[in-house]
Design a protein. Structure first.
Length: 241
């Protein structure tokens, strides 16, 4: 298993100058299509970390993600924040069930990444995912777009997410966001995407954009080689990443 620069050898950065955008917990029937439309407008490829139950409910959206040339990531069957503490065979069963739901929508789909809900990686979890061909994906930029403090208006929330991403994003960063039930995140990216495209190379290292074809294309996305850096603990074990 290659060494990563995030918790338990997960990836905190891309290992290149490319900034990677990642969207968690979907697909969402309202927000995911809006995010996909924006990414298409700016010709940006991103990683979508899919929850198995959502993939089962919305196979059409899984197909849209793949057809857009984006890259898939396993995010457990039902966003299990405690999966890292389970036995290896239980972890493997959860990951396999999630991958099966994704591939029921897109047969043969490549799923090169795994992300632990909340960033709650453990050594066993990372190794089990890697044994199934998935590199564990952490993040460097977390605007906590899922968090809605009491009294914070929608306008304030959008401004906070934008400010945090603009402040923390640098070449090679992996940015965490959510497309599931987060309309303010969608609104924030309407302003963030043009700024990101203007200031950084945005994409997924190693991802190949599929050629247009009548059938559903399946992108291939080998995991990038991460830069070496000290490991760190997740910033918020309870965050619903």
């Amino acid at each position: 298993m290659p060494a990563g620069d995030g918790p338990f050898n997960s990836l905190r950065t891309t290992g290149s100058r490319v900034v990677m955008l990642s969207f968690d917990d979907g697909p969402d029937p309202v927000q995911t299509p809006k995010i996909l439309a924006m990414l298409d407008k700016y010709q940006v490829k991103a990683v979508f970390c899919l929850v198995g139950t959502q993939a089962r409910r919305h196979p059409d959206l899984v197909r849209q993600i793949v057809e857009g040339g984006h890259v898939l990531c396993n995010h457990t069957w039902n966003h299990d924040l405690k999966i890292g503490g389970k036995k290896a065979d239980q972890i493997k069963a959860d990951l396999n069930r999630t991958n099966a739901a994704i591939r029921a929508a897109v047969p043969g789909a490549e799923i090169p990444y795994f992300r632990a809900p909340g960033g709650n990686f453990t050594d066993r979890l990372v190794k089990t995912a890697y044994g199934d061909g998935m590199t564990s994906l952490y993040w460097e930029v977390d605007p906590r777009d899922w968090e809605h403090p009491e009294g914070e208006t929608s306008e304030q929330h959008v401004k906070r997410v934008i400010a945090q991403v603009r402040k923390e994003t640098r070449p090679g960063a992996i940015v965490l966001s959510h497309d599931f039930n987060q309309p303010d995140t969608t609104a924030a990216y309407e302003q963030l995407l043009p700024w990101l495209v203007e200031n950084f190379e945005i994409g997924v290292p190693g991802a190949e954009t599929p050629e247009p074809a009548p059938s559903t294309p399946t992108p291939s996305a080998p995991a990038p080689t991460p830069s070496r850096a000290p490991s760190a603990s997740p910033s918020d074990a309870a965050a619903p990443a």
